[in-house]
Design a binder for this molecule. Structure first.
Ligand SMILES: Cc1cc2nc3c(=O)[nH]c(=O)nc-3n(C[C@H](O)[C@H](O)[C@H](O)COP(=O)(O)OP(=O)(O)OC[C@H]3O[C@@H](n4cnc5c(N)ncnc54)[C@H](O)[C@@H]3O)c2cc1C
Length: 537
């Protein structure tokens, strides 16, 4: 059947894009072709991600297939690469071959959300776990279980302390909810780890502001802090993060906390796509007028976390703009659909007007905080309200039923401590060390090859006479190759002697690379011969 009408292209399938496509289809059915492009074929209900990470609900229940949520809307799973405003086409990479494709539009809706950029804090991008996507939630869950497994069997007290210290950077909604859920999960898992005493587990929330949950009134932020302290979750207010390594974080007041888990809920930044667009933007959010139309563009619209939407005519303060929340994104979607409809009818679009009905946060342990229609609630009633509200908000009847059932089962059944998927870190990654940190020691299994990017390391190899050969390795140098190209366990110990960064290449990748590239193998063979000539094999 031939389709007619204006072609409206929605970029992004989160709260903003999914609801925009739904509302556009409802209002303009038969008059316009609505198409949505997203990099995955499902919608993620982000407020439930901390519960996914804690295993309270399963991964499938925090997502819904976009095709089911959006009957009548064309759906394309693809990577959006660029927008050519002059030619009115969006450039995407799609299909198995990631083929370059141009998709034309009459009206374009940008709803690409925000990304995460942790590069302002040394080491954080390499060592922290973000909390934004479904795979972040799964990675955190596997990571926490992995730490419990290792803590249960290690005989090294310092390593055990690090493994059982879990830090969360950011005391906003996602940081608070993640810390509360992580606490629930660990408390319930400990019965299966006989060598871990509850008192050995530390969860620390680090927040730069002087209270938790800045979006809520101070009394509720204080309630959350006091409740956390009572549950054994430490809260550090007025504290920032200075740097992170694989075994520690350093706070803005210089405290070093040994930890192998850093969850970062800070660092919202434009997605790479939005950052490169030639559209007016403010710290990565596309500037729109009050009607959600991108400044200076007649047929380009933006909403959700990707957009900076003024709520008054001449905004002067942060609260004069729509906040980046799901609650607002859904309301913006309705106004946007009405406005595009009005423009297609040759009428004037209307400004977006909405006042928040309140905010809620779950603190775990069956407690929450809420301010709804000016009424403040805390404790169990707030937690119940939180669950009820979000259940009503989850799109799709099937998803609502599945979540409700999971919540009920969670009250009576134990939680699984199965690691789903892999918790292995990326095979090639940057790793940061502070002066004095050990990279590996004699007798360890060889895990990878290390190229020094910054700083310096000392390699020491014991000799049979009881002495040791020491070698300093600085930027451009490398270590760890000899055992990988031969067989067996580490024969020396490497420590950082300055604050340093290395590029670590996993053992298997290094062996494949040197196997496939004879000149590289030749380089390492002659390097090893020249360097280790006088040392024991
Ligand atoms: C852990 C957590 C808890 C939260 N809790 C609450 C809460 O309790 N209440 C509340 O109101 N809000 C909450 N929020 C905020 C809320 O989830 C966001 O405001 C909302 O998701 C924004 O919707 P969006 O559609 O603008 O962006 P997103 O939901 O991020 O959607 C953007 C979409 O664009 C896609 N995309 C981006 N770039 C590309 C590309 N180049 N190619 C293809 N696709 C692309 C992404 O895959 C994604 O599907 C929470 C957020 C988090 C992370």
């Amino acid at each position: 059947m031939a389709e007619e009408g204006a072609r409206i292209l929605v970029l992004g399938g989160g709260f903003a894009g999914m609801f925009a496509a739904k509302e556009l289809h409802r209002r303009l059915r038969g008059r316009a072709v609505i198409e949505l492009i997203n990099e995955v074929n499902y919608f993620v209900f982000q407020p439930l991600l901390p519960e996914v990470a804690a295993g309270a609900i399963s991964i499938r229940d925090a997502v819904s297939p976009l095709r089911r949520l959006l009957p009548g809307v064309r759906m394309r799973q693809a990577q959006i690469y660029d927008i050519d405003l002059a030619r009115k086409v969006v450039v995407i990479f799609q299909g198995l071959q990631r083929r370059y494709t141009e998709v034309p539009y009459d009206h374009l809706v940008i709803a690409l959300g925000q990304g995460v950029d942790l590069s302002r804090f040394p080491g954080l991008a390499d060592h922290a776990l973000p909390m934004k996507t479904l795979s972040d939630a799964m990675a955190l869950r596997n990571h926490v279980i992995d730490k419990l497994e290792h803590a249960d069997i290690t005989s090294m007290a310092e390593v055990k302390r690090e493994l059982l210290t879990f830090t969360v950077i950011g005391g906003g909604f996602s940081g608070v909810e993640t810390a509360g859920e992580m606490k629930d999960m660990i408390d319930r898992a400990l019965e299966f780890y006989p060598n871990i005493a509850p008192a050995e587990v530390r969860i620390i929330v680090i927040e730069f502001a002087d209270r938790l949950l800045m979006e809520l009134p101070p009394s509720l932020g204080e309630y959350a802090r006091a409740f956390f302290e009572k549950r054994g979750i430490e809260v550090r207010l007025r504290t920032g993060i200075r740097e992170a390594t694989g075994t520690a974080i350093v706070t803005s007041d210089g405290e070093e906390i040994g930890t192998r888990t850093v969850v970062a809920t800070i660092g919202n930044a434009p997605t790479p796509m939005v950052a490169k667009l030639a559209l007016p933007n403010d710290r990565g959010r596309v500037r729109t007028d009050r009607c959600l139309r991108v400044e200076g563009q007649a047929e380009v619209w933006a909403l959700g976390d990707a957009a900076l939407i003024p709520l008054v005519d001449s905004p002067t303060a942060r609260e004069h703009y729509a906040p980046p929340t799901a609650q607002f994104a859904v309301r913006e979607a309705r106004r946007l659909a009405d406005n595009i409809g009005a423009v297609l009818d040759g009428k004037q679009p209307a400004p977006f007007v909405y006042t928040s009905k309140g905010a809620l946060a779950s603190l775990g342990g069956g407690r929450g905080v809420a301010e709804v229609f000016g009424v403040r609630l805390s404790g169990f009633p707030a937690w119940l309200l939180w669950r009820g509200y979000y259940l009503s908000f989850v799109p799709g009847f099937a998803a609502k039923v599945r979540i409700a059932v999971q919540w009920m089962l969670d009250l009576v059944l134990g939680r699984s401590t199965v690691q789903t998927g892999t918790s292995k870190a990326r095979a090639t990654r940057y790793v940061r060390y502070r002066a004095g940190d050990r990279v590996f020691e004699e007798g360890n299994r060889a895990d990878g090859f290390y190229a020094v990017v910054e700083g310096a390391f000392e390699l020491s190899i014991l000799d049979p006479a009881g002495g040791a050969t020491r070698r300093r390795i600085g930027p451009g140098g490398h270590f760890g190759e000899r055992v990988l190209l031969g067989e067996g366990l580490r024969t020396g110990t490497v420590r950082a002697i300055e604050d340093s960064v290395v590029l670590m290449v996993g053992a298997e990748d290094f062996q494949r690379l040197t196997g496939a590239l004879p000149p590289l193998r030749d380089y390492f063979d002659s390097y090893i011969t020249a360097t280790f000539r006088n040392e024991p094999p």
